[in-house]
Structures are given as C-alpha cells and as structure tokens.
Ligand binder design. Structure first.
Ligand code: C5P
Length: 280
C-alpha cells in the first residue's frame, strides 16, 4: 500500500483596495477596475488521496457552509475530472462578505488538486465561470483586475500594509448591491504609482473609490457603523469597504498599531468578526 498523501492550500482573504465600476456588459455583468491584494488570514483546503471526491467542512466559521454541490469547492473540483481527493475545508472567513471566501476556497481547491495529482489547471474561461473573483484568487498576489474579473495586470511592488478587517456579522447579497448602483459609467483608476510606505498608499487610495460602498451602505447601515468605528481607531489612515461588503478594512503604518486597534475594536464589538493582518 502506498503512503497517504495530503496537500494543503491556503485560501487568503481577498481585499479590494479600490473597486471602480466602469460599465456594464449586455449580459448584466459589470466592468470593474480594482486594485486587489491578499491578507494573511484565510481558509485552508486540504486534499488527501482518495478514490472518489468528497468534502468535509470544519473550522470556526463552518456553520451554514454547504457540504453539497452548492459549495464552490466541489464545483471547482468538478473542473478537474479524475483528480479525486477527500477535501477538507477549514472555514475561518465569514461567508458572503466581500473578501472572496468562496472564490478563494475554489482557487485553493484547484491548486491543491493540481499539486496532489499533477492534473492540469482548468481553462481560464471555466475558472471565470465559477465566479468573477476566482481568477484573481488563483493569481493570489497583488494585481490590477479589470473586465468582469478575468483581466489581471501586474502592479508596481507594494510594501506590506498593516490592516484591520472587520465584519459586523451581516451578509449582503452581491447582486442587490450591483443593482442599487446609481451609475455604472464611473472613471477607471489612473496608473498606479510606485509606493514606498503604507502612508503613501493610504494617501493615494483616499483619492480613489469603492463604487459599491454607497449602495451597500444604503442596503446595510451596519456598514456605515463599521466604517465609523474603524476610522475612529488611533492610527487609522484609511477605512473602506471591500468588494460588495460587508467586510471593511482599515490601514495603519505599523503592525503594532494594527494589533492594538484590533484589540480595542474587539472589546467594543465582541460580536463582530475582526482580524489584524498584513495585506500584500
Ligand atoms: O461571478 P459571481 O457569482 O461572483 O457574481 C455574483 C453576482 O455579482 C453576479 O450574479 C452579478 O449579479 C454580480 N456581478 C456583476 N459584475 C461582476 C461580478 C459580479 O454584476 N463583475
């Protein structure tokens, strides 16, 4: 009998530092221009040699996560027929929260199955069909994302950004937020400059936007409460929503400032999901 082989793949939270909505395709999908980075907190996928593919879910945020075909992990695995594995998803990120949890899990599944079995990664169009955020999650590093999520362009190297993530415990349906947009023909980002410090990035980001923030705040006033709480933290340089919400992020100059801000946020809002992290 050959020894059992297990591969683990990390599924980091995706953060949209900017998200400009620049148009809409005839099929309803929106054209975006977004600077995307990744956190050092996330879910984990482990894949173990097995004759058939199966899925188990554990971890602190497993409640309500489907283990059937509704889970993007199994949809991703189906794109690699023959690459069978017993998959375990360790869920730490809140679901439907603007930080790409399900998309990151799908991308990590593809990576894990590729590493475990040597099967080739699926075609880009099939990856996009899993979800508009899956291609960027498969890339897994800072990029400028456009199209509906399929165009990924390199960005100048960014210094790691100390940050705090906060989610007030609500799920905001992405289609409702896009539907509530007042306009869809907003300006794209200018060229992204070269930065050397987190402060320079925060200053530049303040001149850019997340166009989904105003409609999301209208649908879920808790997002405004979250942004107000983050902005009030000592050392906060910028507070903004990620994706279609409700998770928001705050940027700081040093990891110590971010850690201490996360501690005080946890004290004041013990029911929120919070994390001190490093974005890169
Ligand atoms: O592709 P995904 O399943 O993640 O998208 C969820 C929903 O978000 C879509 O059904 C669509 O309503 C909206 N969306 C969009 N434009 C994008 C990405 C998502 O309108 N670029």
């Amino acid at each position: 009998m050959s020894p059992t082989t297990t591969v683990e793949a990390f599924a980091p939270a995706k953060i949209n530092l900017t998200l400009h909505v620049t148009g809409q395709r005839p099929d309803g999908y929106h054209l975006l221009d977004s600077l995307v980075v990744f956190a050092d907190v996330g879910d984990t996928i482990s894949a173990e040699d097995a004759p058939d593919t199966s899925l188990a879910v554990d971890g602190p945020r497993r409640a309500g996560v489907p283990v059937d075909d509704g889970n993007l992990v199994l949809k991703a695995a189906r794109l690699m027929p023959g690459a069978n594995a017993a998959l375990t998803l360790t869920k730490r990120l809140p679901a439907a929260s603007g930080i790409g949890g399900g998309s990151a899990d799908a991308a990590a599944t593809l990576r894990a199955l590729h590493a475990l079995t040597g099967a080739p990664l699926p075609d880009g169009r099939d990856v996009l069909a899993l979800g508009a955020d899956v291609p960027v999650c498969l890339e897994g590093r800072a990029v400028r994302m456009s199209g509906i999520g399929e165009r990924l362009a390199p960005v100048p190297p960014l210094p790691p950004l100390p940050a705090v993530l906060a989610n007030p415990g609500i799920e905001v349906p992405t289609p409702s937020v896009f539907k509530a947009l007042a306009r869809r023909d907003n300006a794209p980002m200018p060229d992204i400059p070269q930065f050397t410090t987190p402060g320079e990035i925060a200053e530049w980001l303040a001149t850019q936007r997340n166009d989904l923030e105003p409609p999301a705040r209208k649908l879920a006033p808790q997002i405004t409460e979250t942004l107000t709480a983050l902005s009030a933290l000592p050392g906060c340089q910028l507070a903004r929503m990620s994706g279609s919400g409700a998770t928001c992020f705050a940027l700081f100059s040093t990891p110590e400032e971010a850690e201490s801000a996360a501690r005080s946020l946890r004290q004041n809002h013990p029911d929120w999901w919070t994390a001190a992290t490093r974005l890169s």
